[in-house]
Design a protein around this ligand. Sequence first.
Ligand code: B12
Ligand code: SF4
Ligand code: SF4
Length: 321
Amino acid sequence: MSAGRAASLEHRIKAQAYGLGFDLAGIAPLGIADSAAAFDDWLARGYAGGMTYLERRADVRRDSRLPVPGATCAVVVGLDYGGREPPGPVARYARGDDYHDVMLDKLRALHAWIASHVGRDVPGKAYVDTGPVLERDLARRAGLGWLGKNTTLINPTLGSCFFIGSLFLALDLAPDAPFTADHCGTCTRCLDACPTHAFTEAHVLDARRCISYLTIELRGEIPAELRPLVGELVYGCDVCQEVCPWNEKFSRRLAPESPFVPRAAVAGKSARTLAHAILAMDDDSFRDAFRGSPMKRAKRLGLERNAAVVLANLGDTSAEA
Ligand code: B12
Ligand code: SF4
Ligand code: SF4
């Protein structure tokens, strides 16, 4: 294939990704992650807490040649979830439909389009969040942004409120240039604003203290000393992104037809109203309210725990007894 035709294929793949609704697209070469040593260190310090799955396939996470044997590159995409939507008790990413489903459908459509475009089967696999991939590292390699001090991947025209997905392919594509600049400068807003002081230093998050971990991933009780710091957050936390100047400037509102528009169970609800609604649910109403939502990850028990913590923080004892 000539260099000219190869360039046009990369361009068309990215154009197709934008056509499918993605906001960012780039091509990453595969190999040992640039932050592999930082990841090892993070695991060794125990910062993953109960997320033991991160340790189990750490060797695969560290080296992006391993998740999909035969793959030679990954098309990495970003999908905005509305960082400019108003704050509330549920993190913005989790208010609407489950992004795993939304992104995987689009990535599989992209994969099918690539196969039909090149006229043959192209072995490959799509991942969103749950695969053994250091997605932010891979996205930086694809040129989509830099790793901020709050550990999120920040794009200079979109901020950080977007999901990352990747399509690993056994296809000879020219990679994009990695994002090498760091636009955090001397800013420390995210580190200073974190309610639980979860950053041990810039770029390093002790997940065991992070409200996102405590309200979503943790099974069992939230440690007593951290409960008051959870404040009114029922599910997830956006604080270290809300204060980021790059989000203040570039985050977006959602289009009315976006799958991430809040569903009825959470839309416009205060922390108190939502917490009471959760505590009043039975299995059936929980299933109805959160079918197809990322919030079902915490399970009914986890959401009830969070609701109780939030009501205690509000001094609301009406749900007790
Ligand atoms: C585990 C996990 C979590 C954990 C731990 C987060 C963490 N920072 O490690 C918890 C539950 C706390 C969490 C929270 C959130 N998460 Co999360 N999470 C993941 C997951 C599954 C793995 C991340 C991981 O490997 N962590 C291990 C650490 C060590 O890696 P890292 O976070 O990538 O950090 C890198 C840098 O810090 C860098 N590094 C370390 N030291 C240094 C030093 C320097 C100088 C530099 C430059 C870099 C550097 O190396 C690390 C390894 O690559 C990814 C999906 C995936 N498969 O990658 C989603 C993912 C990272 N999460 C995501 C989101 C949206 C969130 C939340 C915003 C959700 C919310 N609102 O509640 C918060 C954000 C909290 C935060 N500040 O990170 C998105 C991030 C999108 C983006 N634009 O960055 C991802 C990519 C999911 C997705 N597919 O969209 N998450
Ligand atoms: S998501 Fe919230 S609790 Fe977690 S690091 Fe960011 S500000 Fe701190
Ligand atoms: S708040 Fe400041 S230091 Fe933190 S990620 Fe944003 S620019 Fe970087």
